[in-house]
Design a protein around this ligand. Structure first.
Ligand code: F6R
Length: 255
């Protein structure tokens, strides 16, 4: 893993954008996360698009996950979230038809998961990830399968508590189930950029970077991937035992 520790989330988002922008050209297959973590990165991508330095026109994007049963027009439906962030000439140039999200409204979510997996195969060029406080990526919650493809999951209680902030603080309104890219799906991406900001992510980041590979910390599977960049702010790096070493390693790779 390459580990970048930045003084602030804004600097972390700018760093992520500086990695992603030069890689994208028409035909690029980009994996996009939702949640609050990538918002700063998406703002940077919109800025680069407005400056004529970047476009997702002609590229395709795949969401990590989607809630099951959420209303088509609900603002927190991930398809709607990603449309607001990325779709259109006034955003990043991504076409609506080129944004792929799992069908959370299907009568057969298992079938939707299977079709979504097929659409991603053989894998994305780059996957952007956030990190749950319980170590999840996508909605792969603790003690699930380390080798699952896109599948139907039940959200962990901590995730529903954490995500209540997107549902006016009402935990009961957070959907209970989702379709998520599995850990095996995520691992097929050629390149992965994982972002985590804030002290509430510090223990999870320690598990991802320094813990054993374990289904209890699902993102620890990334230790087996050959091209992962972890970008954290000082607060999220707070529990890392070798933070100084990672800083030195990152700095020496930049010269
Ligand atoms: C979002 C996703 C989740 C989030 C994670 C962190 O598509 O799959 O894994 O990345 O729950 O959420 P935030 O960024 O809101 O802290």
């Amino acid at each position: 893993m390459r580990i970048a520790i930045t003084p602030s989330s804004a600097q972390g988002s700018a760093l992520a954008a500086s990695i992603i922008v030069p890689l994208v050209s028409p035909g690029f297959r980009l994996g996009v996360a939702t949640g609050s973590t990538p918002e700063g990165l998406y703002a940077q991508l919109r800025k680069a698009h407005a400056a004529g330095e970047f476009t997702l026109a002609g590229s395709r994007a795949w969401a990590l996950d989607e809630y099951i049963g959420i209303d088509q027009d609900h603002p927190q439906r991930y398809r709607n979230v990603l449309k607001r962030e990325l779709v259109g000439e006034d955003k990043t140039g991504l076409a609506d038809a080129d944004l792929h999200t799992p069908d959370g409204l299907s009568a057969d979510p298992e079938e939707s998961a299977k079709l979504y997996e097929e659409s991603i195969t053989p894998g994305l060029d780059l996957q952007i990830l956030g990190l749950g406080a319980d170590g999840h990526i996508g909605f792969n919650e603790p003690s699930g399968s380390l080798s699952a493809p896109t599948n139907v999951v039940t959200l962990a209680p901590q995730t529903r508590r954490d995500n209540a902030r997107f549902f006016d603080g009402v935990e009961a309104d957070v959907p209970k189930r989702a379709i998520t890219q599995g850990l095996a799906t995520i691992m097929t991406a050629k390149k992965i950029v994982l972002l985590a900001f804030g002290e509430q992510k510090a223990q999870a980041i320690q598990g991802v970077v320094e813990g054993p590979v374990s289904a209890f910390c699902p993102a620890s599977i990334l230790q087996y991937h050959q091209d992962v960049t972890v970008i954290v702010d000082d607060a999220a790096a707070g529990a890392l035992k070798l933070a100084d070493y990672y800083r030195e390693t990152w700095d020496s790779a930049q010269v």
